[in-house]
Design a protein around this ligand. Structure first.
Ligand code: URA
Length: 434
C-alpha cells in the first residue's frame, strides 16, 4: 500500500519513486490528505538528494494534470510561449510578444503580478489607463487571431498543485532545487499548452541560478521535459548581473518597451529581445536563425511591431495614445537625482538591490494586498562599462507615494560598483540549449 512515510523514506535514501507514488503524493497534497509537515519533509529530501529525470517528468506531469489544460484549437497558426526565470527591469514580454506576432507566430501570453523585488508583466500593463488584463475567453482568442498576441493575467484553475506546493516551498527553504524549479515551471508551461516554448534562464547575481553550470543543468532539464511532452522547446541562458535596460518600475518600463519597439534604444534589453524573438520564431516555424533575425530586425525598423503593440492595447481596452504621448501615464510627483560620489567605470549593478530600492519607492508590493504606485521607479543614465565622473547623475528616483525619494539613495549607490578598470562586458546571451 502507498504511504507518504515510505515515499519520504525512499527519497531520503535516494531510492527511485514510481509514477504511482509521485501521483499519490501530488493528489494527496492537493486534496489535503497529506499534511504540510509530510510534504515539507519530502521537499527537503528532494532538495538534499535530488530526483531522477524520470521522477521529475512524473512530478511535472502530475502537477500539470492537477488542473485545467488549455487548448488553442480556435487560434489560427502556430502558438508560442516564453518564460523568464525572473529579473529586475525585465520588460521583454512587452517587446517580444508584438515582434513575434509581427513575424507570423501567435503569442497567447499569460503573465503574473510582481511580489517583492521583481516586477510583474501584468502590473506593468495595468499602468496603461484602462488596460484590461482579464479578457473573456472569446475576446482573448479574437485578439490573438486578429492582432497576433494578447497578454492576460493567469486565471482559472491552472496547476493548483504547483500553487500549493510553491507556497509551501517558499516558507520551508525548499525553493532552490533544480528538479523542483523545473517541474514547477514546466507544469505551468505544459498546462498553457502552446506548440513552442522558449525559456529565458537567467544566470548571475540577480537570478535563482548564480553560476553557468547550474543554469545549464536547469535549462537542459526543462528543455528535456518540454521535448518529452512533444513541445518545440529551447532555452537561452542569459546574463543577469545587472537590471535589464535603463528603467525599473511599471510605467517607466512600458515607456522603455515602447522606445525599444520604436528602435530608439541600444544595449542589453534590445539585444535580449532580438535574440529571444529570433529564437521563438525560428523554433516555432522551423526556419533558420539568420533569415528570422532579419525579419525580427525588420519588424522593429518598419514600425510593424510597434503597430502590433498599439493594436493589442486597443483590443485590450487600453488607451493606445500612450504610444505617442507618455504624459497619459500617472506622472510621478517627486523625483531625486542620484549623483556619483566617485569616478571610474561601472563594474556591476546588483539587480536585487535595485529591485528592493524600486519596491521601497512604491513600485512593488511587500505583501499581496499592497497597492502599487505605477509612476514609481528608477531611471538609470548609464549601463555596465560606462565611464562616470564624480557628480554625474547615475540615476533618477521617482515616486508619487514617497515624498522624499532620496531615502533610497544610499541603498542604490551601494548596489553600483565603480572602479578604475574598464570591465569586459559579456554578451547578454551566454548559450542556447536545444
Ligand atoms: N518560478 C516558478 O514558477 N517556480 C519555481 O519553482 C521557481 C521559479
Amino acid at each position: 500500500m502507498l504511504s507518504m512515510y515510505n515515499i519520504i523514506d525512499k527519497t531520503k535514501h535516494t531510492e527511485r519513486l514510481s509514477i504511482q507514488e509521485v501521483s499519490y503524493l501530488v493528489k494527496g497534497y492537493v486534496d489535503g490528505t497529506i499534511p504540510d509537515y509530510q510534504m515539507s519533509a519530502w521537499l527537503m529530501a528532494v532538495c538534499l538528494n535530488g530526483l531522477s529525470k524520470e521522477e521529475t517528468f512524473y512530478l511535472t506531469d502530475c502537477m500539470k494534470r492537477s488542473g485545467e489544460i488549455l487548448s488553442w484549437e480556435s487560434v489560427e497558426g502556430i502558438t508560442a510561449d516564453k518564460h523568464s526565470t525572473g529579473g529586475v527591469g525585465d520588460k521583454t514580454t512587452l517587446i517580444v510578444a508584438p515582434i513575434v506576432a509581427s513575424c507570423g507566430v501567435k503569442m497567447p501570453k499569460m503573465s503574473g503580478r510582481g511580489l517583492g523585488h521583481t516586477g510583474g508583466t501584468i502590473d506593468k500593463l495595468e499602468s496603461i489607463p484602462n488596460f484590461n488584463v482579464e479578457l473573456s475567453h472569446t475576446d482573448f482568442i479574437k485578439t490573438i487571431n486578429e492582432v497576433g498576441c494578447a497578454i492576460v493575467s493567469q486565471s482559472g484553475n491552472l496547476t493548483p498543485a504547483d500553487k500549493k506546493i510553491y507556497a509551501l516551498r517558499d516558507v520551508t527553504a525548499t525553493v532552490d532545487s533544480i528538479p523542483l524549479i523545473s517541474s514547477s515551471i514546466m507544469s505551468k508551461k505544459l498546462a498553457l499548452n502552446s506548440d513552442c516554448i522558449v525559456l529565458d534562464v537567467k544566470c548571475g547575481s540577480g537570478a535563482f541560478m548564480k553560476d553557468i553550470a547550474d543554469a545549464t543543468t536547469l535549462a537542459n532539464l526543462m528543455v528535456d521535459i518540454g521535448k518529452f511532452y512533444n513541445k518545440r522547446c529551447t532555452a537561452l541562458i542569459t546574463d543577469m548581473n545587472a537590471p535589464l535596460g535603463y528603467n525599473v518600475g511599471n510605467s517607466l518600463e512600458v515607456i522603455e518597451a515602447i522606445e525599444t519597439l520604436k528602435g530608439n534604444t541600444r544595449g542589453n534589453l534590445l539585444d535580449l529581445c532580438v535574440e529571444l524573438s529570433t529564437e521563438i520564431v525560428s523554433t516555432a516555424l522551423n526556419t533558420d536563425y539568420v533569415t528570422v533575425k532579419d525579419k525580427v530586425l525588420d519588424a522593429i525598423s518598419s514600425g510593424k511591431a510597434l503597430e502590433t503593440f498599439s493594436k493589442m492595447i486597443e483590443y485590450q481596452g487600453g488607451n493606445a495614445k500612450i504610444v505617442d504621448d507618455y504624459s497619459i501615464f500617472d506622472v510621478p510627483r517627486y523625483s531625486y537625482e542620484v549623483k556619483s560620489k566617485v569616478s571610474g567605470y561601472i563594474q556591476s549593478i546588483d539587480s536585487q538591490e535595485v529591485g528592493i530600492a524600486s519596491l521601497n519607492l512604491g513600485a512593488g508590493r511587500h505583501t499581496k494586498s499592497d497597492s502599487i504606485d505605477y509612476s514609481a521607479g528608477i531611471v538609470f543614465n548609464h549601463q555596465l562599462g560606462d565611464s562616470i565622473s564624480i557628480g554625474d547623475t547615475i540615476a533618477t528616483l521617482y515616486s508619487s507615494k514617497v515624498t522624499d525619494p532620496s531615502q533610497v539613495e544610499d541603498s542604490l549607490l551601494k548596489a553600483i560598483t565603480i572602479n578604475a578598470q574598464k570591465p569586459i562586458i559579456k554578451d547578454i546571451v551566454i548559450s542556447c540549449i536545444n
